[in-house]
Ligand binder design. Structure first.
Ligand SMILES: [Zn+2]
Length: 64
């Protein structure tokens, strides 16, 4: 996501293109930093919130 706009200091090409070893190393490092949450973070957060609210609603119904 964020590394799309990064320009490599070694080959002056976008890091996302991976033209040189420095690019590829940076790309891998950045992708690992983003981790499994990198691509789906907003959607995952929304889903998590919906699940939490639903669980709370169910709990409230059962206890009330
Ligand atoms: Zn490069």
């Amino acid at each position: 996501m964020t590394y799309d706009r990064l320009v490599c200091a070694n080959c002056a090409a976008p890091v996302s293109q991976g033209r040189c070893p420095v690019c590829r190393a940076n790309r891998e490092r950045l992708q690992q930093q983003e981790g499994p949450f990198g691509g789906l973070n907003p959607l995952a957060l929304i889903v998590l919130m919906v699940v939490l609210v639903a669980a709370l609603a169910l709990l409230a119904q059962q206890t009330a």
